[in-house]
Design a protein around this ligand. Structure first.
Ligand SMILES: [Zn+2]
Length: 279
């Protein structure tokens, strides 16, 4: 497996949207982020014409390595990484909404101003054509490409009429069931053969907040991997998978107490994992 150790100069979550734009030839106003040349080279070599972007909430770089090396889980993700790569990416925010907005738009939060879902409506009211709030899914749609998004219902509403296929799943106390429904919807969305599909899985983040033991967190991570396996199985050959965290798990002292020194140290960098691989 290829771990690119670019500690002095890791990529950023804002680099994902421009990389998809370059790869699929989707025009967009150049954002803050830069194209990741290794990803383009890999995707070109593997003949990838489509992208599935899976945001795994709270998939920090250290957590990914910890679970994949010591926990023996993430088998499906590791299989993708095996022919591809695992990159370190700097997160742009501590919390989900601004970080995901950076992933989708390619801009830092200081430019997109989206800190809560409703901010999207506020920013659009100011300037509906502002490219800093336009997501790669919308750029794709406007270029006549098929795009699809599968996220929580309230967030999904912001994409209505702007993206080819929008699937929302209502938030739930049972996050395992919620992720399972997200996965069902993602598999269904793949039937329409989108050029770019974005999916958000949340079990690790919810368990990081509510669970007390590493065993429980490992269980949540295992379900995420199973869901990713289902999505991969249903994707067309020649699909590039980009699987990334939005931010590392929130500081919670409970996780720090029992974690290794390396894990705690790397966590300070706000690094998340970006796994790139083709099916
Ligand atoms: Zn999050």
């Amino acid at each position: 497996m290829k771990y690119l150790k670019s500690n002095s100069n890791p990529y950023s979550l804002v680099d994902i949207a421009p990389t998809i734009s370059e790869l699929l030839d989707i025009p967009m106003v150049p954002p803050d982020g830069k194209v990741m040349p290794e990803v383009i080279e890999y995707a070109t070599t593997h003949g990838c014409q489509k992208v599935v972007l899976i945001i795994v909430d709270s998939l920090g770089y250290s957590l990914y390595r910890y679970f994949s090396e010591s926990g023996g889980i993430f088998q499906n993700i590791r299989q993708l990484a095996g022919s591809g790569m695992v990159l370190q990416c700097r997160s742009t925010a501590d919390h989900t909404t601004p970080a995901i907005a950076s992933i989708f738009t390619g801009y830092f939060p200081t430019k997109h101003h989206i800190y809560a879902t409703d901010d999207i409506y506020v920013e659009r009211a100011k300037d509906s054509k502002n490219p800093k709030i336009k997501t790669i899914l919308e750029w794709a749609h406007d270029a006549g490409r098929r795009s699809a998004v599968v996220i929580e219902s309230h967030g999904a509403d912001t994409f209505l009429d702007r993206v080819g296929k929008v699937s929302g799943v209502p938030d739930s106390q049972d996050i395992i069931e919620y992720d399972s429904k997200i996965t069902d919807a993602a598999v269904e969305a793949l039937e329409s053969k989108p050029d770019v599909l974005a999916v958000h899985l949340r079990a690790i983040d919810r368990y990081a907040h509510r669970a007390q033991t590493w065993e429980e967190l490992r269980y949540a991570a295992g379900t995420v991997d199973v869901n990713i396996g289902r999505i991969v199985e249903n994707a067309e050959k020649g699909t590039l998978f980009m699987i990334c965290g939005d931010h590392p798990i929130h500081a919670g002292e409970k996780w720090m107490r029992s974690a290794s020194k390396a894990w705690v140290g790397e966590r300070q960098d706000q690094l998340v994992a970006l796994v790139v691989g083709a099916c």
